[in-house]
Design a protein around this ligand. Structure first.
Ligand SMILES: [Fe+2]
Length: 480
């Protein structure tokens, strides 16, 4: 017993030291200055945008979760010469492909651009924790890929997410993707602003196609949970294009019906031990709008006994101390922050600001326009807000932070990068932000997050009594 006590004491001391090192007790603005690649898109004839060989070969292949609980995927791709078939052949064994799913195809025009044939195919009834091989296209142009399904929904299912935002298609974007590929990430939570095709004359859709080919190296093999940003709006009445999000909606399907949403733009999925809510910053969200009503009911569906980790994705951050896009998320904060606190959301990931920032657990829910606190205060029930709009797009870094650093801001750095979130069990998650540091895989921000539902004293005591014995380092950490 004495030995166990010493081990616990040592780990506690180590934990406190790590917290101090990681800036948990005081906000920090990183002094790191990165040497930038130019923030220009890679040339359209770049090798990273190469089209696959073969007549009408499927390109821009990407998959996303296809249902609420992770037993389905939506497989999407584009053919350019003719529609071809929307079929996916798949199997648990390589080269067998004895199962088939039938999808549909669509296309769109945007001013003078005409898209290829965009195929979407739902493959459902999959087994958990299983590697599937799939084949699309025909004859010599057929292409083969694979993906791994997640573990069954379970409170202690460990799972690793990558978080990427505002990616674009520059050499910095390529660096972000290459760094992410070195991680153990199993699914990407994407926080909006994909191709930046809208930066081209007439919102040239050719840059949507090049982006689809660029990210295929990851998106064909693991789900990316999609969310939109302002660069997906593409509202161009001057070009006669008045329907919003037109290319995005045609190209990037989401399983919104599975979460009773009425729009592809906002939805939820459950994966392993996480309940992930995707919100649209640029769709109506004030009281009584469809998104507001859906979110109210979705929060009631969250079952922390099954999915302890409650994660929200949005594009415009609610808390951001960068000069860029300062307070643009304020209207959504006014609409939704009370629910985030009430339902003890663990983490809110956003993009939009082309820099990295992590907050403390703070809230500003007492503020009202006639009286009450007008600034964020520490709040144990509040989420941590993380801005990861640092994928590396052509608009460059947002390098000017507000000075002094506000109390709510724990760490901030104007560099490109991505985040990794490792859900270890129902109580603990290891989180890291990696800057793209000239070829090195460098974690620049490390935090251990305690689950907002399970990691309180009462539940920990119950866990200790009923679920775990002191027989592994993970179990020991879960008792701390
Ligand atoms: Fe944005």
């Amino acid at each position: 017993m004495r030995c166990r006590g010493l081990v616990v004491l040592s780990l506690l001391t180590l934990h406190v030291l790590l917290c101090i090192v990681n800036g948990v007790f005081s906000g920090r603005t990183s002094s790191y200055v990165r040497t930038e690649f130019p923030s220009t898109d890679m040339p359209i004839d770049s090798e990273w945008f190469a089209t696959p060989n073969g007549y009408n070969a499927p390109q821009q292949v990407h998959i996303t979760q296809g249902d609420y609980d992770g037993k389905a995927v939506i497989i999407s791709w584009v053919t350019v010469s003719e529609p071809g078939l929307s079929e996916v052949f798949y199997s648990k064994e390589e080269n067998r492909y004895d199962q088939k799913a039938e999808g549909t195809s669509t296309s769109y025009t945007f001013y003078d651009y005409k898209s290829g044939y965009i195929h979407h195919c739902l493959v459902d009834g999959l087994e958990y924790n299983t590697k599937y091989y799939y084949k699309i296209g025909t004859g010599g142009s057929a292409r083969e890929f694979w993906f791994q399904t997640p573990p069954a929904i379970d409170a202690d299912a460990s799972y690793t997410f990558g978080i990427i935002g505002d990616l674009g298609q520059t050499f910095n974007s390529l660096s972000t993707l290459q760094h992410y590929e070195k991680s153990e990430g199993q699914t990407v939570l994407f926080v909006g602003d994909l191709s930046y095709a809208d930066r081209y004359e007439h919102n040239d859709g050719i840059r949507w196609d090049s982006w689809g080919r660029f990210v295929e190296r990851s998106t064909a093999y693991q789900p990316w949970i999609w969310n939109s940003g302002n660069h997906e709006i593409e509202y161009r009445p001057d070009l006669g294009e008045t329907s919003t999000f037109k290319p995005y909606l045609h190209r990037y399907k989401t399983p919104y019906l599975a979460s009773n949403s009425s729009s592809q733009m906002w939805y939820a999925v459950r994966r392993a031990s996480a309940h992930i809510i995707v919100l649209s910053s640029y769709s109506p969200f004030v009281k009584y709008t469809p998104q507001w009503m859906w979110l109210r009911s979705e929060f009631k569906r969250v079952d922390r006994e099954k999915t302890p980790w409650l994660i929200v994705l949005m594009h415009a951050p609610m808390y951001n101390s960068n000069n860029a896009h300062y307070m643009e998320g304020e209207s959504m904060r006014a609409a939704f922050e009370k629910w985030f606190v009430k339902y003890k959301v663990d983490l809110v990931f956003a993009g939009h600001v082309h820099a990295y920032e992590r907050s403390y657990r703070i809230s500003n829910v007492n503020y009202n326009i006639t009286s009450g606190s007008r600034y964020p205060v520490p709040d144990k029930s509040a989420p941590v807000y993380i801005t990861v709009g640092d994928g590396g797009n052509q608009e460059g870094l947002a390098s000017r932070f507000n000075d002094p650093q506000p109390d709510y801001s724990a760490f901030r750095e104007a560099s490109y990068g991505h985040s990794i979130l490792q859900l270890k069990n129902r109580t603990h998650a290891v989180y890291q932000w990696h800057r793209n540091d000239d070829g090195k895989h460098v974690p620049a921000d490390n935090v251990v997050f305690h689950n907002q539902y399970w990691a309180n004293n009462t539940r920990r005591r119950r866990l200790k009594k009923n679920h775990f014995r002191f027989d592994s380092i993970d179990n020991l950490i879960s008792m701390l």
